[in-house]
Unconditional design. Structure first.
Lengths: 380, 78, 247
């Protein structure tokens, strides 16, 4: 069976970990044994931790690419040998990875990318947090596709999402992104490493075609070295990897597969953290670092007997519209704190009919609970 | 003791670039006067007895359309 | 049927190459080298990029192949080789693919001297997109993006890769078929990064504008215009010539 309950290969217990370390440990526990990356603030601590884990276990290979393009490419190459692979970067490096991210999507290559957001555009502010990559991680590369993006709000979740990202990536044969930010990545918090975790290993079938036209689910994956003369290509292809570059029907089929294998399983993928939604007239909706302040703001406002709820997206992509519409059916106003000019806000404006009020902060400081409380109170 | 060769041409793969015709040191090949159903003037090994088996035509054929094989028993018969 | 044909996916023939394109000759040279080395086909992985050269292994070589993004083949191959050091990993790319957009990956693979074989099918221009100039297009050449003659100087890619640290570097043309096969065999057998610059013919674009549109005349030109590095006694002898041999 692809699902296995395994004993974690590191010491379990409670440890004070930096976010970057936690995600590296989570990935290692999930079976990541190939890492390629290029130095970049604020993600550089990840390769350091990965090295520690690989060296102490005498397992795994890490590689410092000549750039981010090479790093993600090496991960894709390694993944086709059956090795769980990861890279980590920040905005400027993610920009460079986009080309091969598209390749990984089209070739249905499982792999994990950690994007530790910093303030952009361009070099921006390297050591300051941001949530400006919200849309970039979804719409980075050209063409139509679905992708999975997880958004942790704590070091504990960075560990857990390190595991979950690999599980989803292996399950759905899609590159999966852990979208965090400088504030959590450089934060130190107690992290509970469990004794056992559930791990999904891709369904390896040497006889299977490398690709699929199935509209509802991912397909098993053959590997390099299976002796089947695999054809893997980022051009439009048949199930057997034959390039078909002039046939609209084949292209439609393959793109529908890329979308269907994820959209049909959105209830398995999508995950939220909700408080007091049932009786809420107002909701603070957020994700990542800003949700921490949003949570505290909700508590303060609740003490003032304001009927406000809390809605946190643990998975920001794919976004489950039907579910959100249903959960927000009685909500009058939604406050959306985020460290950008209003990315989730714009999504919620698209999905919901109620009033959406952005609480934005740009690129320097984490939004404080009192700032959110103030905006809420002004708009009740 | 002259070696003899068999030259097989795959007309489905040939694109009529005529490298074989021009590279052959013994002018073994002829080009047809009329076009085939694929629109090519096909190559034929018209003077196959002149072939010395140098493999220039086979090795330089970009389309794997020529195969030169030595006829093994031919040496003894001569 | 010749035994090297076991390395060829004839089900995709005739090939997508233009009539007289030298890339088919390079395809044969690679298949012949693999066959003569008696490589275990199940442990050989070919990695290619974008452009005419990408078609050489993918789909025409019957072994595992990853047809990647433009210029990135070496980077993908690095991941494969690091994860599975027991695999024989062979990159096939073009001059634009490996020396222009992928130039950084090429020199860094040579610097690391990772055990990958890299074959550059060099047709002196971007054939697939209409014959634009590449980093190996000789100065003065007419291409679709240098109509009055190219003012830029080309890379000597073999020397570049050698000085970056590759274990084995050779350059031959498709007109030197046995030498080309031998150099590919040596490249695969050599530990560390090995690089074979295989000068190819593009009668459709580069040839038509600069040498000849006739496939055979083009091959003959390569033969006549090449000089072996071992036979060069003065720089005057190699002026304007293609220097072939092992570097």
């Amino acid at each position: 069976m692809p699902w296995n309950r395994i004993k974690v290969p590191i010491k379990s217990g409670r440890f004070l970990l930096q976010g970057d370390e936690a995600v590296a440990d989570g990935a290692f526990c999930a079976g990541m044994r190939f890492y390629a990356g290029y130095p970049i603030t604020p993600a550089s601590e990840i390769i350091t931790r990965v090295q520690d884990r690989f060296e102490e276990s005498n397992e795994g290979v890490y590689f410092q690419g000549e750039d981010e393009i090479a790093s993600i490419a090496a991960c894709i190459g390694a993944s086709w040998t059956g090795t769980k692979a990861m890279t980590a970067t920040s905005g400027p490096g993610f920009d460079l990875m986009v080309e091969n991210l598209g390749y990984a999507i089209f070739t249905e290559t499982p792999m994990v990318i950690v994007d530790v957001q910093r303030a952009g555009p361009s070099t921006g502010q390297a050591a300051r947090p941001s949530q400006g990559d919200y849309h970039q991680v979804r719409y980075a590369t050209h063409g139509d596709y679905e992708i999975i993006v997880l958004s942790p709000w704590s070091c504990q979740e960075l560990f857990e999402f390190g595991v979950r990202a690999f599980n989803l990536s292996e399950r759905y044969r899609v590159p999966t992104i852990v979208l965090t930010d400088e504030a959590i990545a450089h934060l130190r918090e107690p992290v509970e490493i469990p004794e056992e975790i559930d791990v999904f290993d891709r369904e390896h079938d040497p006889e299977a075609p490398p690709f699929s036209f199935d509209e509802v689910d991912a397909s098993p994956m053959p590997l390099l070295g299976d002796g089947k003369a695999l054809l893997v290509t980022g051009s439009t292809h048949t199930e057997w990897g034959k390039r078909v570059t002039q046939d609209p029907e084949v292209h439609r089929k393959i793109v529908k597969h890329l979308i269907g294998k994820i959209s049909n399983h959105i209830s398995d993928i999508f995950e939220t953290h909700e408080e007091f939604i049932e009786d809420a007239d107002f909701v603070i909706a957020s994700y990542g670092i800003s949700a921490r302040s949003g949570f505290e703001a909700m508590n303060r406002l609740r003490k003032k007997r304001i009927k406000i709820g809390f809605f946190r997206l643990k998975v920001i992509w794919p976004i489950w519209e039907k579910y959100i519409i249903q959960r927000f059916s009685n909500v009058k106003k939604v406050f959306v704190p985020e460290m950008n000019m209003g990315h989730l806000s714009s999504e919620l404006k698209r999905i919901l009919n109620c009033e959406i009020i952005p609480v934005t902060e740009l690129g320097t400081n984490v939004i404080l609970p009192e700032e959110i409380v103030k905006v809420v109170e002004e708009n009740l | 003791m002259k070696k003899r060769f068999d030259i097989e041409i795959n007309h489905d793969w040939c694109k009529a670039c005529y490298i074989c015709v021009k590279v052959c040191p013994r002018s073994v090949f002829d080009i047809a006067e009329k076009e085939s159903h694929r629109g090519f003037k096909e190559v034929t090994p018209a003077r196959i007895d002149d072939c010395i088996g140098c493999l220039m035509c086979e090795n330089l054929c970009p389309d794997f359309a020529i195969e030169v094989e030595e006829i093994e028993n031919a040496v003894e018969q001569n | 049927m010749k035994t090297y044909m076991e390395w060829i996916r004839t089900e995709f023939f005739p090939t997508a190459f233009c009539p007289g394109c030298g890339h088919g000759i390079i395809l044969r040279a690679i298949a012949k080298a693999c066959d003569e080395l008696e490589l275990d086909r199940d442990n050989v992985v070919f990695v290619s990029g974008i452009g005419c050269s990408g078609w050489i292994p993918s789909p025409y070589i019957k072994a595992d192949s990853i047809h990647t993004t433009h210029g990135r083949a070496i980077a993908f191959a690095t991941g494969v080789k690091l994860a599975r050091p027991d695999f024989t990993v062979i990159v096939v790319g073009g001059d634009g693919d490996l020396a222009s957009i992928g130039g950084n990956h090429l020199i860094h693979a040579a610097r690391r001297n990772i055990d990958i074989t890299c074959i550059m099918a060099d047709n002196n221009n971007y054939g697939m997109t209409g014959g634009q100039y590449s980093p190996t297009t000789p100065k003065g050449s007419k291409t679709s993006t240098s109509r009055k003659g190219l003012s830029e100087a080309p890379f000597d890619v073999a020397k570049l890769v050698k000085s970056a640290g590759a274990s084995f570097v050779a350059r031959y043309t498709v007109a030197h078929f046995p030498q080309l096969v031998n150099s590919i065999k040596k490249a695969i057998s050599t530990e560390g990064f090995s690089f074979v610059q295989a000068i190819s013919t593009c009668p459709t674009h580069f040839g038509r504008r600069n040498v000849t549109q006739d496939p055979y005349e083009f091959i003959d030109y390569l033969k006549r215009n090449s000089v072996n590095i071992k036979n060069i006694t003065s720089s005057a002898e190699s002026m304007g010539k293609i220097i072939i041999g092992e570097f």
